[in-house]
Design a binder for this molecule. Structure first.
Ligand code: BTN
Length: 233
């Protein structure tokens, strides 16, 4: 369960970095929220612009997670976001592995960081949801927010509460069921991607997150960390 303890800050460098610096003092499930971040981080060393108005938070899991099960956490968090948006009457889909898109534009991202080799010491899951931002400048064609989509203003804490409730109920569910829901919300199967400068079609995603890609001369199985689906925006 997450959210028994929630610590709120006006401004942090990055909620993920804060959790990692304070890891030994934070209990399993603690949530760190910041109104803004000065050094918000995305996947693949990207920056995550983090001005006031959106939701930026991280939580820590310390329940003896095995590295080989890590994709399950991605599935759970992605569905937690999708279900939270559904409660707000907003339909979003998942771009593998864990971006949430509304009509092809990114509305949220997840940064998962861990320590340990086989049995992990901890996982930090950082989530950014674009909520009330209306200008994305050069990212206008690639990013969106709840406000842009619905013309409404949202209360950030309310969205966090909904996420906590959805996530806590999702983690009680059986993985087969969750994985089916993940595939049903996933947009990548059947799409063409470039891998090692060659074009492939994505034919499947397996339960551990391995992606199966095909071309005329056969199929390949690729770990999710190896693939970048930039061309989908
Ligand atoms: C991505 O799509 O590249 C992941 C973006 C993750 C952003 C969130 S905002 C809260 C947490 N703190 C960070 O520095 N990053 C994550």
């Amino acid at each position: 369960m997450i959210g028994k303890s929630i610590k709120r800050f006006e401004d942090l460098d990055s909620t993920n970095s804060f959790v990692k610096r304070n890891i030994s003092n934070l209990e399993h499930g603690t949530i760190i929220v910041a109104i803004s971040q000065s050094e918000g981080r995305g996947r693949r060393d990207n920056k995550w612009m983090s001005k006031e108005g959106n939701l930026y938070f991280s939580f820590v899991l310390k329940n003896n997670i095995e590295r080989q099960c890590i994709f399950r956490y991605i599935v759970e968090v992605s569905l937690g976001i999708i279900n939270t948006l559904k409660e707000l009457n907003i339909d979003a889909l998942i771009k593998y592995p864990n971006d949430c898109l509304i009509d092809g534009k990114k509305v949220s991202g997840i940064l998962l960081e861990s320590s340990g080799t086989f049995k992990l010491d901890y996982i930090v899951i950082g989530i950014g949801i674009n909520v009330n931002q209306v200008k994305f400048n050069e990212l206008t064609n690639k990013a969106t927010s709840l406000k842009i989509e619905t013309k409404k203003n949202y209360n950030i804490n309310n969205i966090l509460d909904k996420f906590i409730k959805n996530y806590n109920s999702i983690i009680e569910m059986n993985y087969d069921k969750l994985f089916d829901l993940y595939l049903n919300s996933s947009i990548v199967i059947g799409k063409t991607i470039t891998y090692n400068d060659e074009k492939y079609i994505i034919s499947n995603i397996e339960r551990d997150g391995t992606i199966v890609i095909e071309k005329d001369n056969g199929e390949r199985r690729v770990a999710y960390s190896e693939i970048n689906l930039k061309e989908f925006y």
